[in-house]
Design a protein around this ligand. Structure first.
Ligand code: B4P
Length: 190
């Protein structure tokens, strides 16, 4: 099994690159952002709770996203492996993921961490906001809060995976194809 964590600040290109990797390696894509947005669209209780947090650029509580990932893993028993996109975002989520995978006799192979400076992130997200309709992409203050949440709660996970010798940093600036080919090279060398 090949299990990848695609990591980086909001707008780093996680979702963009995940869509290329799932096809190349025939993996199951688990994006907590996408799952939460589909809960919002479906108007579920979970979606209603998550919406106000996401609209403000805050993280959704750990127990909510961990529960979502646990049930998705249970629903894909015959997968070749998973791309975790936007998950884990806190140390509690990373520990829970390690435990969930251990129960299935597998583990994370590598964390691919995309590096992009803040000014480029803000530009990309405001640009996506013009046609995505995503309320968290429309306002520079909300984007700044998302970057802040990332720096405070999520970036420390680089240490968590580095201690397991699983951190690989990749330049997230350049053409989408260029970045994809750098990611492929790391995966081929595993
Ligand atoms: P996500 O859906 O994960 O949103 P994101 O980080 O903003 O998106 P992503 O990083 O995938 O976008 P991409 O760079 O591909 O999370 C949204 C919210 O959900 C969070 O703020 C939080 O509230 C909640 N949430 C999700 N997971 C959670 C968790 N585990 N715990 C708690 N809360 C959670 O794309 C950005 C733009 O850049 C696109 O327009 C793309 O076209 C462009 N782009 C990509 N690559 C490019 C390149 N190389 N050059 C130029 N532009 C590029």
């Amino acid at each position: 099994m090949l299990n990848l964590v695609l990591f980086g600040p909001p707008g780093a290109g996680k979702g963009t690159q995940a869509n290329l990797l799932i096809n190349k390696y025939n993996l199951t894509h688990l994006s907590t952002g996408d799952i939460l947005r589909s809960e919002i669209t479906a108007g579920t209780k979970l979606g209603l709770e998550a919406k106000s947090l996401m609209d403000a650029g805050n993280l959704v509580p750990d127990e909510v996203v961990i529960g979502m990932i646990a049930s998705k893993l249970d629903n894909s028993p015959r997968s070749n492996g998973f791309i975790f996109d936007g998950f884990p975002r806190t140390t509690a989520q990373a520990k829970a993921l390690d435990n969930l995978l251990e129960e299935k006799n597998t583990s994370i192979n590598i964390m691919l961490s995309l590096k992009v400076e803040d000014s480029e992130l803000i530009k990309r997200l405001l640009n996506r906001g013009k046609d995505s309709g995503r309320s968290d992409d429309q306002d520079e203050n909300i984007i700044a809060n998302r970057i802040n949440e990332y720096n405070n709660k999520t970036a420390p996970l680089k240490d968590y995976y580095s201690k397991q010798n699983k951190l690989q940093e990749i330049d997230g600036v350049g053409s989408i194809q260029e970045i994809a080919s750098n990611l492929n090279q790391v995966i081929e060398n595993l």
